[in-house]
Design a binder for this molecule. Structure first.
Ligand code: TXA
Ligand code: MG
Length: 330
């Protein structure tokens, strides 16, 4: 069973040794926990796919400690440089033409590579101590909800790895924004996330195409497939009014009901199968709590989980809407 290691110098040394001997460990990031291995080592890479149960055709993100490291692995253009100057370290993953040193296993034989410089201080410290980048998908079994605490990783992958490096709860709580920057004149958002379309366009004055749900089937990565991030209990997204109507038509304890913010009606608040993602509706708080709450509710074996719809298409709400619809589709 995996050990959860507090982030001390000794445990960072243990992590370093494990990674240098082709082992795979779980690491904290500001978005979600990652399942990390040496991105230049086929043995480590094969283990990542095996432990996660992930198909080999789905490429991995490599994590580096600074822009200079990233330039060893991908060919930058000026748009990419501008974006990483502003948003790294942070929740932005960029896709660029890869350099030859990156193994085909990382990129699923594509000629591009996904790169991110994370913000979590524990993870950054570990990356700085290493002489190679770390490939890391989210540390969940393929298709399940991403982990935002060390305990989440232990619950679902604890029997498959030895070390979980604890870097506290993920501050953001949903996966990074992924942008395809191979053509700097036509950048595309492949996965909406914490760095919004508005923020990307505001900085660069370039229009970013947003991949739509209907394009998703054509894409190869599960981050872009509709059925992903799903709890085991069926999840249905419904508007706030319908959620309230459903409850008032006779609260059925076999169902869980999730609100975006704490309902004002005390009659609702007191019922055991009623949950909320935030106290007052703060988007940051909703993102932070979403996966955590979905995982908790999922352990309680409800026949069905009803969750309040997110309607907005701007900012972080766009990313939350995307994650909800992926969690709800089977
Ligand atoms: O926040 C995050 O990005 C987290 C943390 C651990 O960094 N990682 C993460 O990785 O979400 P993963 O593997 O769960 O999702 C990465 C997505 C996948 O959908 C994959 O298909 C896509 O990135 N991807 C990776 N390389 C790509 C490439 N060269 N072209 C297109 N998509 C790529
Ligand atoms: Mg994932």
């Amino acid at each position: 069973m995996a050990q959860i290691l507090k982030a001390t110098d000794d445990s960072l040394e243990l992590c370093k040794q494990a990674l240098e001997s082709s082992k795979v460990i779980a690491v904290p990031t500001e978005t979600v926990y990652g399942l990390a291995g040496n991105a230049l080592d086929d043995v480590a890479l094969s283990s990542i796919f095996k432990i996660k149960g992930r198909p080999l055709f789905n490429p991995l993100i490599i994590h580096i400690d600074c822009v200079e490291s990233a330039e060893k692995y991908a060919t930058f253009n000026s748009l990419a440089s501008q974006l990483v100057d502003e948003f790294w370290p942070g929740p932005l993953t960029i896709i660029l033409p890869k350099k030859g040193i990156i193994p085909d296993l990382v990129t699923a034989n594509l000629d591009s590579v996904a790169i991110r410089c994370p913000q979590n201080p524990t993870f950054l410290k570990l990356l700085k101590a290493l002489s190679f980048p770390l490939a890391a998908p989210s540390a969940n079994p393929f298709g399940y909800v991403s982990p935002t605490t060390a305990q989440h990783v232990k619950t679902s992958l604890g029997d498959k790895i030895d070390i979980i490096l604890d870097g506290a709860d993920c501050t953001i709580g949903i996966e990074s924004t992924i942008v395809d920057l191979r053509d700097p004149n036509k950048p595309k958002i492949l996965r909406p996330g914490p760095i919004s379309k508005e923020a990307l366009e505001g900085l660069t004055n370039v229009k970013f195409e947003q991949k739509r749900a209907s394009d998703e089937k054509k894409l190869r990565g599960p981050g872009m497939l509709k059925s992903h991030y799903s709890p085991k209990s069926p999840l249905e997204i419904i508007p706030l009014n319908s959620l309230k109507d459903l409850i008032s038509s006779g609260n059925k304890l076999k169902f869980a009901f999730i609100f975006q913010k704490r309902p004002k009606e005390t009659t609702l608040e007191e019922q055991p199968n009623i949950y909320w993602l935030s106290k007052e509706g703060s988007t940051l708080e909703i993102a932070h709590n979403l996966y955590q709450l979905l995982r908790t509710v999922d352990t309680l074996n409800y026949q069905k989980i009803y969750i309040e719809a997110i309607n907005e298409n701007e900012g972080l709400k766009a990313a939350l809407k995307d994650r909800l619809s992926k969690a709800a589709s089977k």
